[in-house]
Every structure is written in C-alpha cells, then in structure tokens.
Design a protein around this ligand. Structure first.
Ligand SMILES: [Zn+2]
Length: 911
C-alpha cells in the first residue's frame, strides 16, 4: 500500500487550455490498484475514461491511463537534487511543463484484453494487495502506477500465444517473425531464418533522408551458428565450385549465389542486387529458366532456393587441437587444487574418448605445464612414456620439435592419463616461482602455428595474475594522448588476439586465484578470441567442483567454428557502416575476422544509406562466413534475406521489434564504452530513443493524439523498459559494489549474446513456483511476472533467471511444509542462502522444481549456479539487480520514471 506520495499541489492545464485545480498531495491513502475510487469526482475536460476509450477508440487509440495517472500529475519543477543519482544527472534535460501529461496512450493493440486488463497477466497488483512485498524502489516519483505501464512480459506472452508451437515460414514477403523468446519451428523458404539474422526493421526506409528522420538504427543481429530447434532441418552442405557443385556467385562483388539473383537471357546471366552487375554463368553450370524467370533446377539446389546453406570449400585440413596448460608453480601447489584439476581433466578426457564415433573421437590433445619455466610433453604413441622438454628461456620460445606435442586422443589415451596422474606428484617437489598466465598462451599459439591447425588452449592458472606484455610495450594507450578507457584492451592484448585470430586459436582461462582488487583483468585476449574466463574461489565445495566439470564439458564439447572470415553484402543504396561485438577488423568495413565462434556468438551490423533504394526490388542482405570446422574442413556458411523497403515511416516503425533493437543498442553501446566516457554513452542511448519516439509521434501518429498521451509503435512497447535496463546496467552505470573486473567480465559476456539471451539479460524471467505439489510446466508454459518487487508475494517461491544468474527467492511466509519438501528443513531461519544444491528429495514438488532448474541450466549459454535468496536477508541484494522495473541498487531510475522522462523529452522535441 502506498503512503504519503510526494505529489505537490499544482495547477494542471489540460489539452483545451482550461485550468483545473489538482489534488494537493494526492493520493494519501487509496491503494493504486483501486484507482477507480481515487479518481476525481469531476474529471478534467478532455480526459478519457479508460473503459470509454476502449469502446470508442479508433484504431490509433489503445490503452488510456487510469484516472490515477491523470490526476497524480508530476511536479512542475524538477525534483530536489537529493532525488537520486539519475535525476541529478538529468536535471538540465527536463521537459515542458508536465501538466500536459494526462495519460498514457498506446497505439492500437489487436487484443482488447490488453486494454481491458491493464494489470499483469497474473493479476500481480490486485489479487493480494495486503501481502505484497512493497518496496520504495518500485514507486514512481510521478504517481504512475508501475503495473499499468507497457509490459515486456505481456508482449512476450502475446507473441507466444500467436506463434508458440507453430511453424513460421521464412520467405520473401513473410510477416514479422516471431520473437526470439517464442518457441516455434522455422522453415527456410528462401529467406534465412530469424535465428540467424534479424533486422532492426523489416521495412527499410527507401530514402536516406527518411532513415535519418526516423532515428531508428538500420541494422541486423547476426548469429551465424544459432542452434536450430527440434523439427528444423539442418543446413544443407553443397559441394564447392572446385567440385562443380554450387553455382558460382557474382563475379563483380564476390557475393554468393542466393535466391535473389535475377536471371536474364534464359539463364545465361544473372543480375546481382548487391553491386548491380551482370555475371555470365559458366557453361558447366548453365540451366535454362522457366516462365517465371527461375532456373529449372531451383528446387534441387539449396543456393537457388534456400536462405541458408553451407558450401564445402576444402575437404581435408588439419583438425582442431586441444591444448591443456597447467600451472605447477609453488604457489599453485600450495593452493592445493592441482590434484583436483588433474582429476577433473582425466575424467573429462575419459568421457570424451568413450564417445566412440562421435565428433570428439579424432580430437588431438597436447599437454603443457609451467612455472617460471615451460614444460612440454612429447606424447607420441611410439614412446613407452612421455618425454618432457623443459624451456628455461621463456622470453624467446623456440620449439625444437612439434611432432608428438599434439596427438590424437584415441592413440595416446593411457599415456595422457598417466601423465595427468603424475603431474601433482612431480609438482609437489617444485619450488619454482610462478609465471604469467600469458606464457602458456604464447607457447600454445606457437604449437598450433607449427602444426598448422586451429584449436583451443585451456589454461589452468593458480598464481596471482600479471600482465607481463605491458612491460614489453612502448606503444598503446598509456603512451598516447588518448584518455584511458576503463574497458580498453592494451596494444599487446590486441596484437596477441590478432595472431590468435589468424591461426584460429581460442583461449579459455580457468582461474583459481582470488585477485579482484587492483589486479589486471586477464580476460581481453580470451574474449577477443571467442573463449572466456572462468573463476573459482577454491575447489573445496561440491558446487565449485561441479561447476568446473560443467564449464570444462561446455568448453570442450561445444561445436566451434575456427578462423572465421565474415563478409557482408547489402543492396545497392546501402553500405555497412559499423560492426559491434567481439571480432578483429578486416581489410574493409564489410569484412571482419573471428578466431573462433559458436552457437552463442552474435554480432550487430549497421547499415547507412548511400543512395535511394529500389522499392520494386526491396532490400537484400547476405552474410558469408568462411570458417574451419573442428574436423578441419573449410566451409562457407551463407545466409541471405530479402525484405521490402518503403517511403512511409509508418511501415518502418510498424515492422520493428523491441528485443532486436535492444540487442542492437546493447552491442553498440557496449562497444562504444571502449572509446568514450560512460556518461556520454548513456546520454546517447537516451537521446536516440527519445528522438525516435518523437519522430514516430511526428510522422506516424494520428493528429487527434493529445500531448498528454504517450504514443509507442505497436511492437516497440517494451523498448523503454529494455532500454532503461540497459542504461542502468552495471557496465554503463556502476554501483558501489561492482568492481572494474566484474564489469569487464560482464561487458565481454553480454556484448556477444544473441537476441534471446540479451532480452532475458535485461529483462530477467521471474517465475512463480508452486508452493504445493501441483505439477510445474515447462519453461514455455509457466507464466512469468513483471520484474518488480511489487510482484513478489511473501508466501511464494520465485525463480529469477537470466543468462548469467539463477536465483531462488524464498518469501518469509512460505508454508513450512513446502520448505520441508524442498529444502528438508521446515524453518525459514535455518534455510541456507547463497550457492547451494537443492537436496535430492523424493516428493513431487522437489522432483519437479529440480527438473525445472536443470532444464534452465542446460539451456543457459553459461554454467549457472543456483543461488538461494531469502526475503529480508542480505543475500537479497542479488535479486534487486534483476528487478529491472524498480529503481536499482546502483541508483538507476525506475521504469516508470524513465518512461515519464522519455515521454516528456520527446514532447519537447516536437515543440
Ligand atoms: Zn555483385
């Protein structure tokens, strides 16, 4: 229940200019959920009653705010400087007198239920008003009821109702694709699946000037190796042109063959939409065209009929290697985890070699150990026991031999196993000083270069971290006049990453050292090479050991593409103006390189007009990614997509989806922090979204809309809540408790996420769990609630889930029977908090909750540890970061306040 809300007395003027005396300090007692009783007895002129507007609304009018929003108008003056971090920063950008703000209006929503039931689908605000967990951070400073704002949960639910379990035909002229969060089947009918490419709009403005007016970024999110769902066909692999397989592409620009090349002269030539040139078809590939201008063999050739296919360029190449590097310095030995690490590696390799006939059976493995020296092992199967080679001069590493340093696992299984058994014993006698974690990376890269294969280097480092490469560097940002950015990698890191990219070498760093304050962050090279950093405090607990095993399995078992070269082709009239994500720049703006990537890796690409677009032909996009598979084959994956273009901005806005835009902004802003101050990046994000809303209002909304009504494009209703969450994320707006290292890690993990994970990262799933033994559905069935403390019931259990954390919140009033069934203890105060494994109990509730959690963990892009959070406990802060609709612990604005500012500022632009 809300009390003493800070709404000062004010004279409000409504649309017709007639003044109306507002309520001083209203409301003081009525709860927001019962807004009908709080409405003024005589509504102001021009005010629309919500129910009335629902019946009489034209297509452009949707939900109108409850009267409480109309009367609880914002203060006339900016809030006092103590109002909070966010407001302090933005006082100067306050909007016009807020007396114009008398309601919220969305563009037409086809579902009348959305308008008639403004509460969350679960009845979050109204069903149990007396037991809700109320938090001051949920409240709006301007009297907006958080439950009545546009809901991201509702948008996801509506899309799921429309598309869940159905088949989406991805073809030219198809409707907007289902959201990335909806489980459905996609069939490739000529356009690449939205799993691989999603555009920020599916109707590009045909003129550059119109595109600029819209302030909508034109671009696409590309996930070249996105996982396919059950029932979707794997990509066909076509023989390359060397094998007279695939019809060769454009001779002018190098674009690959796709269904959007138009055939002329009975199939002798084709027109390329990317460069506008005609290419003669070599006689070996000639086929006549039919009456519709399509080649007669179109249906049999994937390159002529499908949006996505693979081309096999080279059969034989060196398969990928796996190099394991273990820290055996005295520090590592004293830390006491070496034995455990070796045990885990033995069990990993033994499970890999058991997978007979699988992809891993031909895996080549090498071993290194290092302290201040480097030890390599000749593991040739012809030797009776491994030979160790010791290098004391690690500065100038020259490898005298390479044969035997990387051997097929199936041939040297026993040899590697016995070596891993012996390493802890050998190391126990060592009293050598530690070395940098970069030594094994440089040595591993040399081995891969000598063998001529791509691969992964797994470094298990226990000593304190160092950044030795800095000592050798005379260049870089320290010596330049450029201000140092918090997130920028050093020059040596960049050149090491480039060397890794050209070899196709991915670095994975497993850290067993506690060094969080003042230390350097070792993650630049791992993340820039498609690898990662995995930290463990100590391997003393079962949870830690399980996580290590899980991380190892994911790291080694995930199918990876190495040495990737990505080229982008776009229709004449557009050009590629930027890439955002983690990669190495290539020779031109439309070309980049990646050391390694997998199903999780996504990039954003931005387009800019360089001329008018042909509305008859539409826009065509092609991404061609050449890569080496783990078996050593060289392939090219081609994704092509066409969509219409229009000179009406309404078409452009109506064909946008907020999750795609969020993902685009996230990649762009998280890339921008490498170069620019955070404050500037946050302001840019806010300005861009404000201008976009103003543009929509100016060019697309009905003239009858009053200034007090918030107007949002239909599929961008959730954009403000997403953008606010991005704005106040730890990377862009740090809190007191977030270290630089944590933020570096977060940035690196999030910047490469695909759309689904980005959406869940910035708007986590808050799932109410049953407190009785009623069965729990699958993830796609369980209804989530809005991410606000208002929706947490003290009598309930909730799972809060995003790609990087999984929390189980336990309310104080959960029945003791439920606690007993789930935690094996009936007393709330005795419940464990923090990282725990739920006890294995044989009752229906425990079984279904554990199964549900296992399912969430298996789908996550990273290993997730379950964290139990108790209501009222200090552990609850972890949850506050996920309640993104509320004011956040780092001072970020609540959704209601942000939306208010967005609206007021966009109105200012129209004055
Ligand atoms: Zn071309």
């Amino acid at each position: 229940m809300r009390k003493n809300m800070d709404v000062p007395a004010a004279i409000h003027t409504y649309g017709n200019g007639q003044p109306w005396q507002g309520y001083a300090n209203w409301p003081t007692s009525p709860p927001l959920s019962s807004y009908a009783t709080a409405a003024p007895s005589c509504p102001p002129p021009g005010y629309q009653c919500p129910n009335k507007s629902m019946q009489n609304a034209p297509m452009t009018v949707g939900l109108v705010a409850p009267p409480s929003m109309g009367v609880a108008a914002p203060p006339l003056a900016p809030p006092p400087p103590t109002a909070g971090h966010w407001h302090q920063q933005h006082q100067t950008s306050w909007g016009p007198p807020p007396n114009h703000f008398n309601g919220v209006l969305y563009e037409s929503n086809p579902d009348p239920a959305f308008r008639s039931n403004p509460q969350s689908p679960q009845g979050g605000s109204g069903s149990q008003p007396d037991t809700r967990v109320l938090s001051p951070s949920s409240e709006s400073r301007y009297g907006l009821d958080p439950q009545h704002l546009p809901s991201a949960v509702q948008g996801i639910e509506e899309d799921r109702e429309e598309w869940g379990g159905k088949v989406f035909l991805s073809e030219p002229g198809c409707p907007l694709p289902p959201l990335a969060t909806t489980d459905c089947t996609v069939e490739d009918r000529g356009n690449a699946s939205p799993r691989f490419i999603r555009c920020t709009t599916y109707s590009f403005p045909s003129e550059g000037m119109t595109a600029q007016q819209s302030h909508l970024p034109l671009g696409a999110i590309v996930t070249p190796f996105a996982k396919l769902e059950k029932g979707e066909h794997p990509l066909p692999v076509c023989p390359g042109t060397a094998d007279k397989g695939c019809v060769p592409g454009c001779s002018g620009c190098g674009a690959y063959m796709c269904p959007f090349m138009t055939w002329q002269d009975c199939g002798q030539r084709f027109f390329c939409p990317f460069c506008g040139k005609l290419t003669e078809v070599p006689w070996q590939y000639y086929q006549p065209t039919n009456g519709q201008g399509q080649r007669v063999d179109s249906d049999h050739k994937p390159e002529l009929s499908l949006g996505s296919y693979d081309v096999l360029e080279l059969h034989t190449g060196q398969s990928a290697g796996l190099l394991l590097a273990l820290d055996v310095s005295s520090v590592a030995v004293k830390a006491g985890q070496l034995d455990l690490i070796c045990q885990q590696l033995r069990s990993l390799l033994s499970s890999l070699s058991r997978e007979e006939g699988g992809d891993q059976s031909d895996l080549r493995v090498g071993l290194m150990t290092y302290d201040s020296r480097l030890h390599l092992y000749d593991l040739s199967p012809t030797l009776s026991r491994p030979h160790m080679l010791i290098f004391t001069d690690t500065a100038e590493l020259e490898l005298p031999l390479w044969d035997g340093l990387l051997v097929p696992l199936k041939d040297s299984r026993d040899c590697i196993d016995s070596l891993l058994q012996q390493i802890p014993q050998l190391a126990a006698e060592s009293d050598e000083a530690p070395s940098s974690q970069e030594l094994p990376v440089q040595a591993g890269l040399k081995i891969l270069e000598a063998v001529g294969c791509p691969g992964k280097i797994l470094v298990f480092h226990s000593a304190p971290l160092t950044e030795t490469t800095l000592k050798h560097s005379s260049s870089g940002f320290f010596s330049s006049s450029k201000p140092k950015s918090l997130f920028q990698p050093t020059e040596p890191c960049i050149s090491l990453s480039k060397a890794c990219a050209s070899q196709g070498c991915s670095i994975h760093l497993f850290l067993f050292t506690q060094q969080d304050v003042g230390g350097s962050w070792p993650g630049h090279t791992p993340y820039m090479t498609g690898g990662g950093v995995y930290s463990y405090s100590r391997l003393q607990t079962e949870v830690d050991r399980e996580q290590l095993m899980c991380d190892l399995r994911r790291c080694v078992g995930t199918e990876t593409a190495y040495r990737a070269e990505l080229k982008f082709f776009v229709s004449k009239g557009l050009r590629v103006s930027g890439f955002y994500g983690t990669f190495t720049p290539g020779p031109n703006s439309a070309h980049i390189s990646l050391a390694a990537l997998d199903w999780r890796t996504a990039l954003a690409v931005q387009f800019t007009h360089c001329g008018p677009l042909d509305e008859k032909r539409g826009v065509v996009i092609q991404v061609a990614l050449s890569y080496t598979s783990s078996q050593g084959e060289r392939k090219t994956r081609v994704h092509s997509l066409t969509m219409p273009c229009s000179h009406h901005l309404t078409d452009t806005f109506r064909n946008c989806q907020s999750q795609t835009l969020l993902s685009f902004y996230c990649k762009r802003m998280y890339s921008a922090v490498l170069e620019r101050p955070l404050q500037e990046v946050r302001e840019e994000l806010q300005t861009e979204v404000t201008e976009m809303l103003a543009s929509y209002r100016r060019h697309c909304s009905s003239t009858s809309v009053s200034p007090g009504q918030l107007v949002l494009p239909q599929f961008l209703k959730a954009l403000p809540v997403y953008v606010n969450s991005l704005r106040k994320s730890e990377v862009l707006l740090p809190g007191l408790h977030s270290s630089v290292i944590q933020r570096q890690q977060l940035r690196s993990q999030i910047v490469s996420m695909d759309i689904k994970n980005t959406a869940t990262q910035f708007y986590p799933l808050l799932l109410p769990l049953p407190v009785s033994s009623e069965p729990l559905g699958t993830l796609s069935v369980v209804q989530t609630v809005r991410c606000s403390a208002l929706n947490l019931n003290p009598g309930g259990l909730y799972l809060a889930h995003c790609p990087l954390s999984l929390l189980l919140w336990v309310g104080q009033c959960v029945p003791s029977q439920t606690l007993l069934q789930l935690f094996n203890t009936a007393c709330f105060s005795l419940l464990p908090s923090g990282q725990v494994c739920l006890p294995v109990l044989e009752n229906p509730l425990s079984i279904s909750v554990r199964k549900f959690i296992d399912n969430l963990q298996s789908q996550a892009p990273y290993t997730l540890k379950l964290q139990v959070v108790k209501q009222g406990d200090t552990s609850e802060e972890a949850l506050l970061h996920l309640l993104v609709e509320d004011k956040s612990p780092n001072g970020g604005a609540s959704y209601a306040d942000f939306l208010y500012h967005l609206h007021v500022n966009s109105l200012r632009l129209l004055v």
